[in-house]
Ligand binder design. Structure first.
Ligand code: SF4
Ligand code: SF4
Length: 476
């Protein structure tokens, strides 16, 4: 036997124990350093030869420890078996049919003029930005119903996104009702989520959608009141914080609330104050997730502590259309998988957890949506995309709901299906949860979707935080 490539460990030297995790099996053990040292002994043994098989003086205790390690996937038959298990795991994740995940962009228009976004309510952008028609919405509903018949999932997760999805209420209402009927007729559970800037969020909107399966609403707050108002103003510069909070107060209790936030080096220090503010709100118990991420930057000079993810395509042109709060590793909400944490993210996660607010642990997340066969993103014109992060670039469309067979879309689809950036990641222990990083980041930063964008240090720091939590050790 051999130690699995996917073992990671965090030693607590003063206590003499070690947190072990296997990222493939999600096995997690807090063991004595003697047990962890067993793994090192196996590391030196030839494949399929067990040290205990070659030693007569092995205690019963040690045999039990070996059995425990084997049971949780820390010891495997051979390197080849480990690799095969990874392939099986990725294939299972890809083919998982228990859930059909569909993100629909009802419009690319937006009523905010965020400083870090090229689009939004400035100049004549909204005049030309795509908006889904009711006719397209009806065809989207038929297409999703067809997928329900083919995939036969237990659950349909429908996410409304944009632009600002609440700027196209007729389409949202229409699609929600149609999908509710389709899900009901097939015995499928429907969960609807809206990702919104929160400005137009009202009890009327929520009450209209709850009977059709509205489960949660995610809003973005980019720091405390002053900082948010600077980061996410209206066209005329007016702040939006008070109105959003007022709206969340009114809808909380009717539906779950998620809070996202995009920070940069000028705003990150205001987040603890935002967290304190949230803790004082009557809706604090309705918050199901808090997740802050670094902002996408447009300039060449990356400030320290901010991930250098550029919202441009490989030729340097800005990505168009999709709200930039969603895109890639720097994204905010549509994709919660890309939780690549730099130091600031680790700090914010710690601050969030310290206050008892729910937040992703930074390890459990991947492989992300783009690697799932039954996860779809649909643009306002019915174009299909690999994930929400690619919707700003129509040239990356992988199909269309009307089934048209453009050769360029077919080529894209084939390419997306074959993408395996983790093939270049060697023996990295984080492959099962990272899968080589965000493909949008690979595309925008490296011009190659099949090249990994690595934020391993972020996984390592998230691991330490998880280990401290499991071990009951207070972190810094
Ligand atoms: S490639 Fe994956 S991590 Fe990146 S935006 Fe798409 S779903 Fe998120
Ligand atoms: S991108 Fe980095 S952290 Fe992710 S699997 Fe590859 S080497 Fe590991």
């Amino acid at each position: 036997m051999k130690p699995s490539v996917f073992n990671v460990r965090v030693p607590f030297e003063a206590r003499g124990d070690v947190f072990l995790m296997n990222t493939l099996t999600d096995g997690q053990l807090l063991v004595s350093s003697d047990v962890a040292a067993l793994l090192d002994r196996y590391a030196g043994a030839p494949d399929s030869e067990s040290p205990s098989e070659t030693q007569d003086d092995v205690s019963e205790e040690e045999r039990d420890a070996v059995e425990l390690l084997r049971e949780h996937g820390f010891l495997v038959e051979s390197r080849e078996a480990d690799r095969r298990a990874l392939d099986d795991y990725m294939a299972a994740a890809r083919g998982d049919a228990s859930r059909l995940n569909v993100t629909v962009l009802t419009t690319l228009q937006c009523n905010f003029a965020c400083g870090y976004c090229y689009q939004g309510d400035r100049d004549d952008y909204n005049r030309f930005a795509d908006k889904m028609t009711l006719e397209t919405a009806a065809r989207v509903a038929d297409w999703i119903a067809d997928r329900l018949d083919v995939v036969r999932p237990e659950q349909l997760v429908l996410t409304f996104f944009g632009g600002e999805p609440l700027l196209n209420l007729p389409v949202m209402y229409d699609l929600a009702e149609r999908m509710w009927q389709a899900a009901l007729a097939r015995g499928v559970t429907l969960h609807i989520t809206i990702i919104t800037n929160g400005l137009l969020l009202t009890p009327e909107v929520v009450d209209r959608l709850v009977p059709y399966g509205l489960y949660s609403v995610k809003v973005t707050l980019d720091g405390d009141r002053d900082v948010h108002n600077r980061m996410r103003p209206l066209r005329g510069g007016q702040g939006t914080f008070d109105r959003i909070i007022q709206n969340v107060r009114q809808i909380a209790g009717r539906v779950k609330v998620g809070i996202g936030g995009n920070f940069d080096e000028t705003s990150v220090d205001s987040y603890p104050a935002l967290l304190d503010f949230l803790m004082e709100q009557p809706f604090v118990d309705s918050i199901v997730k808090v997740n802050f991420k670094p902002i996408l930057r447009t300039g060449p000079a990356m400030p320290k502590g901010v991930l250098p993810l550029l919202p441009v395509d490989a030729s340097g042109k800005p990505l168009n259309g999709t709200c930039l709060t969603s895109v890639g590793a720097g994204g905010g909400t549509a994709c919660d998988t890309c939780a690549f944490l730099d130091d600031k993210m680790s700090l914010l996660r710690h601050e969030t957890k310290r206050r008892g607010l729910p937040t992703p642990d930074g390890i459990h997340g991947g492989p992300c949506q783009v690697h799932h066969k039954h996860a779809y993103t649909i643009g306002p014109d019915g174009s299909l995309y690999g994930c929400p992060g690619f919707t700003g670039e129509r040239a990356q469309s992988v199909g269309h709901i009307d089934g048209r067979t453009d050769s360029w879309r077919e080529r894209n689809r084939d390419r997306f299906e074959r993408l395996q950036p983790w093939d270049q990641c060697g023996d990295c222990a984080f492959i099962p949860v990272c899968a080589g990083g965000c493909l949008v980041a690979s595309h925008t930063q490296l011009g190659d979707m099949n090249a990994p964008t690595c934020h391993k240090a972020s996984f390592e720091s998230a691991l330490i935080s998880l280990a401290q939590e499991v071990a009951g050790v207070s972190g810094g």
